[in-house]
Write a new protein. Structure first.
Length: 282
């Protein structure tokens, strides 16, 4: 069996991938993590309200079992307007597994029919409280899809839920070319913000070198900090400062990943210079 149900310490249930040996939302559980990490930090409700006259676009990178996307949609159901959720993954197997185990997991409650529709057709539209939702999947290897020219035709994101497996297991999803291209496509439209669970120096240097403004994110459960990034400094509440930059200079794992191999190295001299020149540190 590729996926298993696992009960977390706090009693909630989550999905475990046997292949990657990783549990989705392992610390505080799917809904609590999605609310703390994405809904509150990215201020999805307030930002969606700002754009109620047009569609608010969320990119859900690493759809998996859809805990993040459904929790985000649930948080927006009393806002009038339209949300477009674009979910990326190279497999629908975790979503199929979650639907088959929705009673134990709980987080798909009330969205089972929509998830079944999404699995069948890849694109659904429905009324969710006051909000109209258009939800679609884009399937395939995300780094390859993003690098292709088709990415220019995707609706530009206002917010990104970035939830790949860890950099050590899934390095291609955390590389400098990937975040550089993501910054390029996210900069086309309105200011965009992104959150992710990692606080690794290597991730933060990668985001900065890719052009993003980067800040410390809130704690979620045992993780004392996470990371937020944005195409505009105004969307960052606690920007990384020069003291952080000095620590990054001393770190033994700060050089960005380039491809699909995970390796740890201190920053190169060229990247130290590029980082110091980032407008965030001026
Ligand atoms: C931690 S899980 C995501 C959990 C999910 N966000 C949720 O709320 O249930 C990571 C997901 O990233 C997907 N993934 C990993 N590598 C990928 C790649 N190269 N391209 C697209 N998706 C990928 C996996 O299939 C998996 O569903």
């Amino acid at each position: 069996m590729a996926y298993q149900l696992v009960q977390l310490k706090n009693g909630t249930w989550s999905v475990h991938s046997e292949l990657e040996k990783e549990t989705f939302h392992p610390v505080i559980g799917p809904v609590a993590e999605a609310e703390a990490l994405y809904v509150r930090q990215l201020r999805l409700g307030e930002r969606a309200a700002e754009f109620h006259h047009t569609e608010f676009v969320i990119w859900d990178i690493g759809l998996g079992a859809a805990a993040n996307s459904v929790t985000a949609l649930e948080s927006l159901r009393h806002r009038p307007g339209k949300v477009r959720m674009v979910s990326f993954d190279h497999s629908l197997a975790p979503l199929q597994f979650a639907l088959e185990n929705s009673t134990a997991l709980g987080f798909l409650d009330g969205y089972e029919a929509q998830v079944a529709g999404l699995l069948q057709t890849g694109q659904i539209q429905f009324q969710n409280g006051s909000m109209t939702v258009q939800w679609e999947t884009i399937l395939g290897d995300f780094p390859t899809l993003l690098a292709s020219c088709t990415a220019g035709n995707w609706p530009s994101p206002d917010a990104i839920l970035f939830d790949a497996y860890s950099p050590a297991k899934n390095p291609a999803m955390w590389s400098l070319p990937l975040f550089t291209r993501l910054f390029e496509v996210a900069s086309i439209g309105r200011p965009c913000n992104l959150a992710t669970y990692s606080r690794a120096t290597l991730l933060r240097t990668t985001l900065l070198l890719a052009g993003w403004y980067v800040g410390a994110g809130d704690a979620t459960g045992e993780k004392e900090e996470t990371t937020v990034a944005a195409t505009s400094p105004y969307l960052i509440r606690r920007p990384l400062d020069r003291a952080w930059l000095e620590r990054a200079h001393r770190s033994t794992s700060a050089e960005p990943l380039r491809g699909d191999t995970y390796q740890q190295a201190p920053l190169s001299a060229a990247n130290r210079e590029r980082l110091a020149a980032h407008p965030q540190f001026q």
